[in-house]
Each structure stands twice: as C-alpha cells, then as structure tokens.
Design a protein around this ligand. Structure first.
Ligand code: SF4
Ligand code: SF4
Length: 348
C-alpha cells in the first residue's frame, strides 16, 4: 500500500512550492502543456499526488523531470495554483531524496545553511593561502590539482551513489524489468539530452531558451576542459589562451542574460527565483569573469602583485565544486539527463 505523508504540502513549500492545494483538478494545465502526452501526462497528476502526499509515487516518477519549465501551465491555471512552480519544487525535493548525504535538502531548505557552507569554503581557501604565505605559484599549483581531484571525488563519492539511488527509486524498487541491451542502446539518449537538452524544443516558447542553454553547456564544458585539461592559466599556447578567453566570455555573457531575465521576471519561469537559482547563475557568472580576469592579469604580467584576484577566483571555484555542483542546482543538469535515459530504457 502506498504510504501517505500528510505533511507533504508543508515540506514541499520549503522547496519553493506555492499554494497548489488551490487546484480543483480542472486539467487545463495538462491540456496546455506541449510536453504532456497520453503516455506521460502531467502536471495535473503530480499535483494530485502532491495534494494527497503520495511520496513514494513521486519518488518513483520521472514526470517532474520531463517538464522543462516553460510556465505555460501556470499562466493558464484558473486557480493560480502555480503548477509549473510545483514541478520545479518537486525536482528540488527529488534532488534532496536522491542525495545520500542529506546536504542537498538542507541547502535547499535553508538559506543560512547555504551561506554558512559558502563562508566555510571561503575561509578554508584563505586559511590555506595563509599557510602557504600567499605564495602565488604554490597556490596556483594547488588550485589546478584541486580542480582535477574535486571533479573525480565529487563524482565518485556524491554524484554516482546518488544516481544509483535515483535508479533504485525509479527502476529497481517499482520492480520494472529492463533488458540489459536497453541500458546500452539508451546511452545515445543520455548523451543527446545531456549535451543538447533537445527536449526544450518541444516547449512552445523555446527556440531562444534552448539556444541559450546549449551555448551555456558548451561554454561551461569548454571552460572546464580548457582550465583542467589544457591548464589554461599556465599554458603558453596561443590556441589554448584564446580558447580560454572565448569560453569564459561565453559564460559570463550568457549568465548576464539569465540574471537580467530573473531580475526583469518577464518569463514565467523566472518569476519565482529561489536562492539556489540565484546562486547558480551568480557563481557561473563570477567563475567566467574571474577566470577571464586571472588569465588577463597573467598576460599583462601583473597577477603576482594582485594575488587577491587569484584567491577570489579560487574561492569561487571551490564553492562551485564543493557546494553548487554536488548539492545545488547544477545537479539538475545531471539528473534531468539521466531521467531522459531512464525514460528511454523503460520504454524501449
Ligand atoms: S493546477 Fe490549475 S490548471 Fe491544473 S488542474 Fe489544478 S486548477 Fe486546473
Ligand atoms: S512548466 Fe511547461 S513543460 Fe512544465 S508542466 Fe507546465 S506547461 Fe508543461
């Protein structure tokens, strides 16, 4: 028998949901959603589950991830029950459910906890710089090692176990039989959705939004590749230097657009930004900008006298790698891609 959590509405409100209990089940939201199909019908079903507190059914569902938050349903809801925002809140809640450490839930629910995490990581970087007597060369060397170690460790210790937990909730626990060959053939869907987010194109509003996200994904992966694998800050190759400048400019340009959209609140999806949304775009912006500035200072030969700049960049980087990537909004990118993968292997 499905378990019922009578306090689910209250719990979900901590993840950003508004008054979805106002829903009177008219179905308009499902009718206007261009991604909802006979086979995958939402958001009304998820609203019913949330109202009833059917936690286990939500945990085993991929539907919150099949929504790409265009906001059409919210615009047309006669009850102002905010179905689009509910789907977004369910995704945040699911992230907290998948995360074995419990930190995602804590950071989503509590702004003071997020501020504390950011402050502690900043203090750790400053303490390390003090320990090294502000020796720029040593700090930069450690920064580069940190990038490589952090990526591998965060993936192995946090993200991979969380993906296994997600698979458990969605495939294993409900007893869905998936032939092994589907896991292999479905990898194509995983890569396509991960790198192109092409499902966004199914939303009515979406060519520009899809293009912005596509550019951001490639800009972000480009910066990661250039700094971690091509050692941008120490490279003497003109190609690597220019590539680093280009990808960092892409990142801070696209994030400026995202920030201005959140400030202007013109799009439905930007009207109700949570602290985690702000942190994600703000840190991406600062990462692109500070990386650009560090390399510029290196090229102008003035970084040695401005070590504060590298420290600022390192603080942003460490906060990004240890807080936002494993526990914050960055995980949407990963879980959504795997949701498309699990959806494909279930249906094949
Ligand atoms: S959320 Fe709004 S549009 Fe959707 S079923 Fe409820 S009342 Fe109707
Ligand atoms: S936000 Fe858009 S994609 Fe998501 S359920 Fe509503 S209409 Fe569908």
């Amino acid at each position: 028998m499905a378990s019922i959590n009578t306090g689910f509405s209250k719990e979900l409100s901590k993840f950003g949901a508004f008054d979805f209990n106002a829903c009177y089940n008219c179905g308009t939201c499902t009718a206007v959603c261009s991604l909802s199909t006979g086979e995958d019908s939402f958001p009304r079903e998820m609203i019913r589950y949330s109202v009833l507190g059917l936690e286990d059914d939500i945990k085993s569902s991929l539907k919150p991830w099949l929504c790409y938050y265009c906001g059409e349903c919210t615009t047309h809801c006669p009850q102002e029950a905010e179905p689009g925002e509910l789907m977004m809140s369910l995704r945040r809640w699911l992230i907290s459910v998948y995360d074995w450490t419990g930190l995602s839930g804590l950071l989503y629910r509590s702004l003071p906890a997020s501020i504390t995490a950011m402050t502690l990581t900043a203090l750790a970087v400053i303490a390390y710089a003090l320990y090294e007597h502000f020796d720029l060369e040593k700090i930069m060397h450690t920064g580069h090692i940190f990038e490589m170690v952090a990526i591998a460790t965060v993936f192995a210790v946090i993200l991979l176990p969380n993906l296994i937990r997600m698979w458990n909730f969605i495939i294993l626990k409900p007893g869905i039989k998936v032939p092994f060959k589907n896991y292999v053939t479905g990898l194509r869907d995983l890569l396509v959705h991960m790198f192109t987010q092409k499902r966004t194109l199914g939303c009515d509003d979406s060519q520009v939004r899809w293009f912005e996200h596509l550019i951001l994904v490639f800009g972000y992966l480009g910066l990661l590749f250039t700094t971690v694998f091509l050692d941008w800050f120490l490279s003497e190759s003109t190609f690597v230097t220019v590539l680093g400048y280009v990808v960092s400019i892409i990142i801070f340009t696209v994030t400026v657009i995202f920030v201005s959209e959140r400030i202007s609140k013109k799009r439905e999806m930007s009207r109700k930004s949570q602290p985690s949304d702000w942190m994600f775009v703000a840190w991406l912006f600062m990462m692109g900008l500070s990386a650009f500035a560090v390399r510029l200072f290196i090229d102008l030969d003035i970084l040695q006298n401005n070590i504060w700049l590298y420290l600022a960049h390192m603080i942003i980087l460490v906060q990004w790698a240890l807080v936002i990537v494993p526990f914050g909004k960055w995980t949407h990118f990963l879980y959504r891609s795997f949701a498309m993968y699990f959806d494909a292997i279930k249906k094949n």
